[in-house]
Design a protein around this ligand. Structure first.
Ligand code: FPP
Length: 247
């Protein structure tokens, strides 16, 4: 496939007002595969390629944080075959991509619940997290076994334990403390949420962090999503007026 040209779009971007954090719901892999008479696994494989392209363009632009939703706490309902394939794909990606992440100074992050993930996936994750921990150019968060409600529940549980241990008083619980107990602790909230595949829902993604994010939807299925689409979303974002509840 010839390299995608995008210089014209790059020129339209105001480099002084980039979104600090872009979050993406990578949806439509199954439909992409079905439309080609291929198994769903082929859609996920193609989805991983799209993810690479989007990571590359975000890194080139200078986006500080990119978060991609790869597997939700609800995705366990899929067939054992599909779940098994996705887990294998994650391990493959984590082991193969680490060198490239280090070359590009990308730091990996994990959002989600460790409990329930197979040991070999956690081992691959921990290795990649460790190996990229000191990289500084971009943070790439993979949300795997992630659910916004689960994340909030884990945060509340952790805060309750801190109160019980006498480390904090109930009166000290505020929005900052809650945010500090989420998987995204210390990271900026997403400025922009991208959802391809024509679906218009949040699907339990970053429920707390998306409070003031700008949404951008596309009818394209995720495997068809490219660098031009990402740049188009950023250009559109830069024309929005964000008031954060103010006048
Ligand atoms: C949603 O599309 C997609 C997923 C549940 C999996 C996302 C995974 C990838 C893009 C693979 C690459 C990820 C990594 C971390 C290497 P769907 O299957 O629900 O599509 P459908 O709605 O058309 O059925």
């Amino acid at each position: 496939m010839p390299a995608e040209q995008y210089g014209d779009l790059l020129q339209q971007i105001d480099m002084t007002s980039l979104p600090a954090h872009i979050a993406v719901i990578m949806d439509g892999n199954g439909r992409w595969a079905a439309a080609r008479g291929l198994p769903r696994s082929a859609g996920h494989k193609a989805g991983a390629e799209a993810m690479r392209a989007v990571t590359e363009i975000c890194r080139e632009l200078g986006i500080q944080t990119l978060t991609v939703y790869a597997f939700s706490t609800e995705n366990w309902k899929r067939s054992a075959d599909e779940v098994g394939f996705l887990m294998k794909l994650f391990v493959e990606y984590l082991s193969k991509e680490v060198d490239l992440m280090n070359e590009q100074d990308i730091r990996l992050g994990f959002l989600g619940k460790r409990e329930g993930l197979p040991a070999h996936v956690l081992t691959a994750f921990d290795r990649a997290l460790d190996s990229t921990a000191n990289n500084k150019s971009m943070q790439l968060n993979l949300a795997i076994n992630y659910g916004g409600r689960d994340e909030l529940t884990r945060a509340v549980r952790s805060i309750a334990a801190q109160v019980q241990a006498g480390a904090i008083q109930t009166a000290q619980i505020d929005t900052n403390l809650l945010a500090a107990n989420l998987d995204t602790a210390g990271q900026p909230d997403p400025d922009l949420l991208i959802r391809p595949s024509g679906e218009l829902r949040i699907s339990n993604f970053l429920l707390w962090q998306l409070a003031y994010s700008e949404f951008w939807y596309s009818d394209k299925l995720w495997p068809d999503f490219g660098k031009r689409d990402l740049l188009t979303a950023v250009i559109d974002f830069q024309h929005r007026s964000r008031r954060f509840g103010g006048a």
